[in-house]
Design a protein around this ligand. Structure first.
Ligand code: NAD
Length: 321
């Protein structure tokens, strides 16, 4: 099986199947990293208001456009609406902040980052607010049903500020319900997805709905080691896992490429992040070889249901219970 290097979204637009993830890319390095990633061939950039680096990401993008490396329409730029901006009256305000930080006229994709509404925090007070809800370290929530936030996003599509809209960290029941009320169906669901957390039924349901899936944290615990997550420290690295290593050796590829191909071969987009030039290039070439049926079955057996990104850890927020 070969895979095309883009996924056709239900909005009619094409999304590259491999992109560059902007989480934890520092403000000092972001502009150059994005510029270099574009030079290496990346066209999809997965950002978010919460990553606190949209100005620098935009600087890298605009420098590359100005230098003639790419045209805006060849890029696919994603951002995510942060939890404090779910109230319909704040959604456009938040999008406008992202567009002005990125210095772009439209987004290719805007996702609801989490199905969680925090209390609104004015941009002048703290941006991005992160876990701040206007009161020190205390969490405060807003009574905003997800469909209301979704309807506000639909209006911004009609206004031409966003091409496609989607969701992130949503589970089956929420998606099932959202589709009941949506006028524009979500184009993309972005979820944590790696051999230790596979969620095959969610993927089957969502793909059958013609909603594309983007996997984040494809390398499992790796990304969360930087955050000193105990769960990540207690979980064996996938790069050294004997199953992944032996499949990689058999194909003459790296374990990282096997982990990414395992997703792309099932038409799931990936958005790995690296600031190392060799890895940057290696992560991009993950559609030009095929894993065998047996390889895929062996990887399926590694599922242990371990989730590294869980709002239960923030304030016992039960989105994945
Ligand atoms: P990731 O799985 O891409 O892992 C990144 C880590 O792997 C880094 O430590 C990097 O140095 C290392 N790495 C990258 N390529 C490698 C290679 N070829 N060989 C060895 N090591 C390599 O982690 P991530 O950043 O958690 O996820 C990717 C992107 O997904 C993020 O940047 C972000 O855009 C998105 N994301 C979204 C959400 C969400 O809630 N929607 C949550 C987490 C991440």
């Amino acid at each position: 099986m070969t895979t095309s290097s883009t996924i056709k979204l239900n909005s009619g637009y094409e999304m590259p199947i491999v992109g560059f993830g902007c989480w934890k890319v520092t403000n000092e390095t972001a502009a150059d990293q994005i510029y270099n990633a574009i030079k290496t061939g990346y066209r999809l950039f997965d950002g978010a208001q919460d990553y606190g680096n949209e100005k620098e990401v935009g600087e890298g993008i605009n420098r590359a456009i100005k230098d003639g490396l790419v045209k805006r329409e060849e890029l696919f730029i994603t951002s995510k609406l942060w939890n404090n901006f779910h109230d319909p009256k704040n959604v456009e305000l938040a999008l406008d902040k992202t567009l002005s930080d990125l210095n772009l006229e439209y987004l290719d994709l805007f996702l609801i980052h989490f199905p969680i509404a925090f209390k609104f925090v004015p941009i002048e007070e703290k941006y991005p607010p992160g876990f701040y809800c206007g009161d020190g370290n205390n969490f405060h929530y807003e009574n905003v049903p997800l469909l209301d936030t979704w309807k506000a996003l639909e209006k911004l599509v009609q206004k031409g500020k966003i091409r496609s809209i989607g969701i992130s960290n949503f589970t089956g029941a929420l998606i099932y319900d959202l589709i009941r009320g949506a006028t524009i169906k979500p184009s993309v669901l972005q979820i944590e997805h790696h051999p230790y957390l596979q969620q095959p039924k969610l993927i089957e349901y969502v793909q059958k709905q013609n909603i594309a899936i983007t996997a984040y944290s494809s390398f499992g615990p790796q990304s969360f080691l930087e955050l000193e997550s105990k769960r990540a420290l207690d979980t064996p690295t996938l790069f050294e896992h004997k199953t992944i290593k032996s499949i990689a050796e058999k194909h003459g590829k790296t374990p990282a490429q096997v982990l990414l191909r395992w997703a792309t071969q099932r038409n799931i987009a990936v958005i790995p992040k690296s600031n190392n030039p060799a890895r940057l290039a290696q992560n991009l070439s993950v559609v030009d070889f095929d894993l065998s049926k047996e390889d895929i079955q062996e990887i399926s057996a590694l599922d242990i249901g371990v989730r590294f990104n869980d709002p239960w850890d923030w304030d016992n927020i039960p989105i994945f219970v």
